[in-house]
Design a protein around this ligand. Structure first.
Ligand SMILES: *Cc1c(COP(=O)(O)O)cnc(C)c1O
Length: 450
């Protein structure tokens, strides 16, 4: 029998990140400047030079600096686990493997880029990073990254999560970050929202505006984004390269790769290293992006130009979007609440290289509980979306008798999300139908780009 945990040694951690840009069959659309609407680099006062270079690089591989590698070794390589017990519970002939990023100190894949971003900012002499966080996973990852490179860290945390998830805030503060509920009185963008709606529960888009403004108005401060941008997806490719090596050790290759998409970084990190195979050998590999019905950008949004944030300070990108003023309903507990999606994922979806599915949160949590009861790990609500679709695919194999190999991106654990589990277990979780009217209203606010 194959091992349950497929491990690599420290020497087998990939030494470079994989950049998909030169391998794309058609070039990615440019980023547009929010005011001039002309093609732009990353906005100069916000990001260090090295990350801007990575954003547009045409090099297939980018070496991981030793200082970052030394920190990666605290939790990398992460395990690839054969889900024997889940397979048995489903009585499926499919082989399910999950790549587990929950072993990182922050509990998710986000440290892979947090450490890299803190490193490049430090190297270029900046003293402080400002960012936003939703559920708190990104904020906690960046808090640790900043701590390890002696940077100050300022986190604007979506207000509803700030109050619902106090332990994430405590984790950020333990690593030394300063955390403010957003919208706040500390920025113009925050004050503008509060004057219209003093009860605003906040959104990722609003928090991004506050963090961007903070960075733009402080010389020593840069902005840091935990998903969406090309350089963030790039840093996550360490995950997929490891998974590929681990599957090789047991002579396996996926028929299906499944992951959840919020801004797209964890899943891109897993599947991008498989894209050259898919394009060159025309391998019959399905890549399934899973999103919530309450925030279905790929499956329901138009492919168009939109701002990355509510205030229109971030660049305009071509993406599947629900509109930058869209705020997903508060009752949705499952994360993945961003209005848009990583341009790389949108481009691949447009080209038909990846597919997308939207799922409701009750079946998602049902799958998460089954996963916890068989494999032991309570998944974070986000990857629970992918668990649901992996289970559906495994059950389809049971019907058809096919012995497919499924690679599941398990981006983090749900130890800080037990409130959502509690609501599910108590039968209090509601499925939220696609909020068509809210989306139509938000789409009326799209920027005009000729
Ligand atoms: C943030 C987060 C996500 C969603 O963000 P992506 O950029 O789409 O990966 C998914 N899973 C976990 C555990 C997260 O913390």
């Amino acid at each position: 029998m194959e091992p349950t945990k497929i491990l690599l040694s420290e020497q087998e951690i990939p030494t470079c990140w994989y950049n998909v840009l030169p391998d794309l069959p058609e070039p990615l659309p440019p980023l547009l400047h929010p005011q001039t609407k002309e093609p732009t680099r990353l906005p100069p006062p916000l990001f260090p030079r090295a990350l801007d270079e990575q954003e547009f690089s045409q090099e297939r591989t980018i070496d991981i600096p030793d200082e970052i590698m030394a920190i990666y070794k605290l939790w990398r390589p992460t395990p690839l686990i054969r889900a024997y017990r889940l397979e048995k519970a489903l009585d499926t002939p499919a082989r399910i493997y999950y790549k587990y990023e929950g072993v990182s100190p922050a509990g998710s894949h986000k440290l892979n880029t947090a450490v890299a971003q803190a490193y490049y900012n430090k190297k270029e002499g900046y003293k402080r990073l400002a960012t936003e966080t939703g559920a708190g996973q990104w904020g906690s990852a960046l808090a640790m990254g900043c701590r390890f490179f002696d940077l100050e860290c300022k986190v604007y945390m979506v207000k509803v999560s700030y109050y619902q998830k106090p332990y994430r805030r405590v984790l950020m503060e333990t690593w030394g970050a300063s955390v403010t509920p957003s919208p706040s009185q500390e920025t113009q963008s925050g004050r503008a929202i509060l004057s219209q709606d003093p009860e605003s529960s906040g959104s990722l888009g609003i928090a991004i505006s506050e963090a961007v403004e903070d960075a733009a108005t402080h010389d020593d401060t840069m902005y840091s984004l935990g998903s969406v941008l090309n350089h963030v997806l790039l840093h996550q490719t360490v995950v997929g390269q490891e998974a590929k090596k681990q599957l090789e050790k047991v002579d396996a290759y996926p028929d299906i790769i499944v992951g959840c998409i919020g801004g797209g970084s964890n899943f891109a990190g897993v599947f991008l290293p498989f894209i050259p195979d898919k394009l060159s050998t025309k391998r019959d590999l399905r890549i399934i992006c899973v999103e919530p019905e309450a925030c279905p950008s790929l499956t329901k949004g138009p492919y168009t130009w939109d701002y990355g944030d509510v205030a229109g300070l971030a660049p305009i990108v071509k993406m599947y979007t629900l509109g930058h003023t869209f705020v997903p309903p508060k009752i949705h507990a499952g994360g993945l609440r961003y209005h848009g999606m990583a341009p790389i994922i949108c481009h691949l979806y447009k080209l038909g290289i990846v597919e997308a599915k939207a799922v409701h949160q009750n079946p998602v949590f049902e799958s998460a509980v089954l996963f916890a009861r068989t494999e032991g790990i309570p998944p974070a609500p986000e990857p629970a979306h992918a668990v649901k679709v992996a289970i559906d695919e495994a059950l389809a194999c049971k019907e058809s008798g096919e012995k497919k190999t499924i690679l599941l991106a398990l981006s983090g654990h749900g130890h800080f999300d037990l409130q959502a589990y509690d609501e599910y277990l108590a039968g209090r979780l509601e499925d939220y139908e696609y909020p068509r009217e809210m989306v139509e209203r938000a789409l009326a606010d799209l920027p005009r780009v000729e």
